[in-house]
Design a protein around this ligand. Sequence first.
Ligand code: F6R
Ligand code: ZN
Length: 193
Amino acid sequence: MTYMTPFTTWIDLKDGTIPKAASVQTQQLSDMRGLFADRQAEVALLAQNPLIYRVYNATNNAKEEGQLLYSTTVIYPGEVGDEYFMTKGHYHAKGDRAELYYCLQGEGYLLLQTPEGEINAQAMAPGAASYVPPYWGHRTVNTGLSNFVFLAVFPADAGYDYKTIAERGFAALIVAKNGQAQVVPNPNYLARV
Ligand code: F6R
Ligand code: ZN
């Protein structure tokens, strides 16, 4: 038996970055075309192409059963129309894989939905440990004025299904109404038949 060597990854708690990250993914608005509900606002804002979020992947662990992966996500503050900056959102390719999000900074929501379109929204602020149960699609939304930062820990073989969300969207949007976050139905949502 060859044992893997234990290790520690340091997260900079000032800004949620992982200085020695194995990899970093940057998502600008142009990487998220069609995901925001207000298409006109999206097209108008594309001229500036703002940075929406970054993911700092802590490790290169093998993507196999038994291993974990973990990362921090930093979502910057802003809105497209009245919809807050958010992640693309995904189901896990292996749908039965769960995940834990732990909020480090800022305020926002974990928005979840079942494949049948049932919605659940968990408010997050520093200290919130929010559970993504098996089979729930998930997206995070920054509803504050500063960066929204959380740590995600998930099975290394979970994988990503982005296509379902890209094609059908989420059944709910999180929008600013008089400066307050509100969960409202998504008029563009394409329910499964
Ligand atoms: C991994 C996970 C998070 C997200 C990250 C970015 O399963 O849920 O690490 O990958 O918050 O969101 P997406 O992947 O939707 O762009
Ligand atoms: Zn996930």
